[in-house]
Design a protein around this ligand. Structure first.
Ligand SMILES: N[C@@H](CCC(=O)N[C@@H](CS)C(=O)NCC(=O)O)C(=O)O
Length: 212
């Protein structure tokens, strides 16, 4: 049976899972659920007690937390391996994903993208204080990731890994902010990495656009 990915089309974390499914060539179904809605269905909360997205169901096996979902997809399905075998490369991949979740997601997406791009695109005002705070925290996170990135084609070496897709889904939103793009351009390793990643067909396939 095809796995079913439950999630909200504009969610960064849903896009990470979609990127992994697409890069592996896995056929899957999607079930739309908006975690920001006042009435998240009880059936969804039974899948994800914290009411976040995504959740994956595969042949009766239900899983939430994006890092667990992407590692499961990589191990359970054929297709190119997205986790390096070498222990140190794998540790670096896990470290980058951890840093991205803990220190990059909030400033890059929830502060810079939301207040510089998303809100203005809907005619609402972004909060300048949130934007400034997000840019400052984003700089620190980008500095750390510039240091951790391998001096190679992808973040953990010569082969694409889960770290590229995890961080890439966030940069795809962040780089739409002109000030975010400028911070990225000032970090040569990350800037070159993003230029390559942005060209992959899976980035276009999974692009949710902006809410209309
Ligand atoms: N730790 C979760 C985080 C997922 C997450 O925060 N998803 C966001 C959408 S990008 C969400 O569901 N937000 C709803 C909310 O904050 O109430 C994971 O890795 O899956």
């Amino acid at each position: 049976m095809r796995p079913i990915l439950h999630g909200y089309r504009y969610s960064v974390y849903v896009r990470i899972a979609r990127l992994v499914l697409e890069e592996k060539g896995v056929a899957y179904q999607r079930a739309e659920v908006n975690p920001f809605a006042a009435d998240v269905p009880a059936a969804y909360l039974a899948l994800h007690p914290f009411g976040r997205v995504p959740a994956l169901v595969h042949d009766g096996f239900a899983l939430y937390e994006t890092g667990a979902i992407t590692r499961y997809i990589d191990r359970a399905f054929p297709g190119p391996a997205l986790q390096p075998e070498a222990p140190r490369r794998l540790a670096r991949m896990d470290q980058i994903i951890g840093v991205v979740d803990a220190y990059a997601y909030w400033p890059l997406v929830r502060q810079v993208f939301v207040h510089d791009v998303l809100r203005p695109s809907t005619g609402a005002n972004g909060d300048p204080a949130e934007l400034e705070q997000g840019l400052a925290s984003a700089s620190k996170a980008l500095d750390a990731l510039e240091t951790l990135a391998a001096n190679d084609r992808w973040l953990t070496g010569p082969d694409l890994s889960l770290a590229d897709l995890h961080f890439g889904a966030m940069i795809a939103y962040f780089a739409q902010s002109p000030r975010g793009a400028a911070l990225l351009a000032a970090r040569p390793r990350l800037a070159g990495w993003w230029r390559q990643l942005a060209r992959r067909p899976t980035l276009a396939t999974t692009d949710p656009g902006l809410p209309s």
